[in-house]
Design a protein around this ligand. Structure first.
Ligand code: MOS
Length: 752
């Protein structure tokens, strides 16, 4: 069966992405979830960000903005060579430069990609730090390198690691694949490719380290304050209890800030040596080189289908290039999403002398969905069937992959229905490419599956002060998605206050534990814990008010800062008065409970796209995107729509322009910037319609909510390729669909 996933050269082997983000229902550990069937006032509606004004006026502190007294600037020297032995490093000139306070050798053996860290300095200012870097003398003995999947697969290719460049890392079998092909009326086999994609968060990575005695404080641009703390404790061999990690605001991460980074360790070490705080801010170029990327895929699907659309066999062989790290397993959509009794998957990673791969917004699922959902459209065309009908024909209400158990909830069918209506699906070409003329329009659909159930054991506190002030405290982090806003909203809703009344304290590893903000885990972990704490606070307040008003607690509702009798609204007492009578600050501990183990927990969605292809210039214009998601209950519609807009934007970028270009002779990146690495701008964006089923999941957690971080990114490239196929009748099996590829495809079609 599926093997354990290993990610991250930084903490090699310590971080297992899929194992971390998949739901972990355990028999016997399930506490009963309070069922929340009530209608809410604020939860589920449009709530503006409680900190939106701070963010847009530049008052919200990002790690880049933080300045400490005596703080030094750290910089990292990186290898210019894709593969080399380090013969010697002479740091004496750098050490003797006035203003330099610390110099570190980070690698004295071998470099495996251009951009790998070699040494670091900390100096009184950036200018001096840059000057010191230039004074470090490194003697390299260059070695042959390989920076393409093709070259690394050749038998006599330069070896990236000490073992073979090509490693099988996953195999999955269900049923009898050969018997499945025998039952098929039509068999097709096609290969799909996706390029390496770079995270490029708006805010580049940065860390500040400060020691006070044996205590270390880190300000970090991170998705995971607790993981950074624990990773540093292991790396520096000091107790985790002596480390505090703080993150206030962040401009995105998408996986590239999901665990401890090398520069954070260097900052901590140089702060120790120098006795001053050290800040390291990575440049845009460093962001392109060394903090992660989405590995490429090279997926060959073979599938069998009956004339009525029944899938009989599906197989996949994938080669993924994750640089010096392992690539992504991209078979999950094929294995899990549709009913098919006979499935086979083999995944190979191919090492190259390029920067390490890292989890990136729905790792594997994005690549796999591009390949598999594209392949489904080609199967549909082969049997003259509507692509949507083929998906419905093989619809599954049970998890197909690991467990065979029913989903806790799945409303994908409704996503299809609503999305098809919104885009007016009947307008599509019945036969791909049947249109004529220079501009040809087409429509596509692609589906999505992800996890996003959240992590049992997540903690949150609600604190009520005697002056009536209310705080909510949780060791989670807002990576830009609006965590503070929904925490405030949930507490406000539960206690009858306004979101702006609630003080939200997050982003500090001394606060109660919460998981990484990755894997679409944050909302379904933190929201239920927050709700639990707020309900406990409400329970005690009601109890106290009931005694004072001489009514039963069940008769009381919390509204407009008061506790009011439902039967006799004249009877009321203010929350502030009840808080005062508590006499001291009172803390209510909330936790996110377990999940029953007899269900599979997944989120679902379907995207629809309409595109127009200019067949003279080969340009693709996306006209409209409809994204319909089933994430259980929506907590804040406003930030949920933003999340979808981001997923669609990134998907459009990868579908049409984004690609990392590597010079094969030097092994260096040609476009480590945002001028030549094209991401979409507002002029590229279509109308985006984000819709939600918004039905609470009955088993998942007390709010019935699933995560939305990754889902809208999963089908958003695939759906554009499928729409282009419908427009021009040739499936572009490789993205980005740049004009040269579109024109070539049209030429080949004419030649047939
Ligand atoms: Mo995401 S790749 O779990 O930040």
């Amino acid at each position: 069966m599926r093997e354990k996933e290993k990610y991250g050269s930084i903490e090699e082997g310590s971080f297992d992405y899929f194992e971390t983000v998949k739901p972990h229902p355990r028999p016997g550990q399930t506490e009963e979830q309070p069922k929340e069937t009530e209608k809410f006032n604020m939860i589920g509606s449009y709530t503006p960000r409680v900190d939106g004004d701070k963010i847009v006026t530049g008052q919200a502190p990002y790690t880049h903005d933080i300045k400490l007294r005596g703080m030094l600037t750290g910089k990292i020297l990186r290898s210019p060579h894709a593969a080399a032995e380090i013969v010697s490093i002479d740091t004496s000139k750098a050490e003797n430069l006035p203003g330099v306070k610390a110099v570190l050798k980070l690698n004295e053996e071998k470099v495996r990609y251009a951009g790998q860290q070699v040494a670091a300095v900390a100096a009184v200012d950036e200018y001096t730090a840059a000057k010191a870097l230039a004074l470090i003398e490194v003697q390299y003995k260059t070695l042959p390198h390989s920076v393409t999947e093709e070259k690394s697969r050749e038998p006599d290719a330069p070896q990236v690691h000490s073992s073979s460049n090509v490693q099988q890392f996953n195999q999955y079998d269900r049923g009898d694949i050969e018997a499945g092909f025998k039952q098929a009326d039509v068999i097709r086999e096609f290969t799909y490719r996706t390029p390496v994609e770079i995270h490029h968060p708006t805010e580049t990575h940065s860390s500040i380290a400060k020691w006070e005695g044996d205590r270390l404080t880190i300000w970090d641009s991170t998705q995971a304050i607790h993981s950074v703390r624990d990773g540093l404790a292991r790396t520096l061999k000091i107790p985790a209890a002596r480390i505090k990690v703080i993150k206030h605001y962040m401009g995105g991460g998408f996986g590239s800030k999901l665990s401890l980074n090398e520069h954070t360790v260097a900052a901590a070490q140089m702060a120790k040596i120098s006795g001053y705080p050290v800040k390291i801010v990575l440049t845009r170029e460093e962001n392109a080189l060394c903090v992660g990327n989405r590995p490429s895929s090279h997926q060959t699907y073979k599938g069998g289908v009956k004339k009525d659309g029944t899938l009989t066999a599906l197989s996949l062989v994938n080669y993924t290039n994750g640089g010096i790290n392992r690539g992504d397993r991209c078979s999950e959509p094929m294995i899990d999403l549709y009913k098919c009794p006979n499935v086979k998957d083999v995944q190979y990673t191919v090492f190259t002398n390029l920067g390490p791969s890292r989890a990136m917004r729905a790792p594997g699922h994005v690549q796999g969905t591009f390949g598999f959902e594209g392949f489904l459209d080609e199967l549909a065309a082969a049997i003259n069937m509507d692509p949507l009908e083929l998906r419905l024909k093989n619809y599954s209400t049970k998890n197909q992959g690991d467990t065979g158990i029913p989903y806790s909830s799945k409303h994908l069918e409704e996503c299809y229905r609503i999305g098809a209506k919104e885009i007016v699906w009947e307008r599509r070409n019945k036969v791909p490419g049947e249109g004529t003329g220079r501009y040809r329009r087409g429509m596509g659909v692609a589906s999505q599956i992800w996890w996003g159930a959240g992590v049992p054991g997540t903690l949150a506190d609600v604190k009520i002060h005697p002056d009536g002030g209310v705080e909510v405290i949780c060791g989670t982090q807002d990576i830009g998605c609006g965590t503070r806003t929904y925490m405030a909203t949930i507490v406000a809703e539960t206690l009858g206050l306004k979101p702006e009344d609630i003080i939200v304290k997050i982003g500090n590893s001394d606060y109660p534990w919460a998981p990484i903000s990755g894997g679409s885990l944050t909302t379904p972990s933190v929201a239920p814990a927050t709700r639990d704490a707020a309900l406990k606070a409400a329970g005690q307040l009601k109890q106290m008010a009931a005694e004072k008003l001489e009514i039963s607690p069940e008769d009381i509702e919390l509204k407009d800062g008061k506790l009011i009798s439902k039967a006799n609204p004249d009877k009321s007492v203010t929350l502030r008065e009840m808080a005062r009578s508590m006499g001291r600050e009172t803390v209510f501990h909330g936790s996110r409970k377990g999940m029953p183990s007899e269900y599979a927990y997944n989120s679902f969605g379907a995207h629809f796209a309409e595109v127009e292809v200019d067949t003279l210039l080969g340009k693709v214009k996306v006209l409209k995107m409809v994204a319909v998601h089933d994430i259980g209950r929506v907590i804040n519609r406003q930030t949920a729509e933003s999340q979808v807009a981001g997923g669609v934007t990134q998907g459009l970028g990868t579908a049409l322009f984004e690609r990392r270009i590597v010079d094969q002779n030097t092994g260096r990146l040609v476009n480590p910037n945002l001028r030549d690495y094209k991401i979409p701008t507002s002029l590229d964006m279509p109308e985006i319609v984000a819709l939600f089923i918004d039905k609470p999941d009955p088993y998942i957690n007390n709010l019935g909510t699933k995560g939305l971080g990754e889902p809208p990114r999963i089908p958003s490239s695939a759906v554009i390729a499928n729409a282009v196929y419908n427009a021009i009748g040739v499936h572009l099996r490789e993205i980005p669909m740049t004009p040269d590829k579109v024109l070539n495809a049209l030429k080949q079609k004419e030649a047939v």
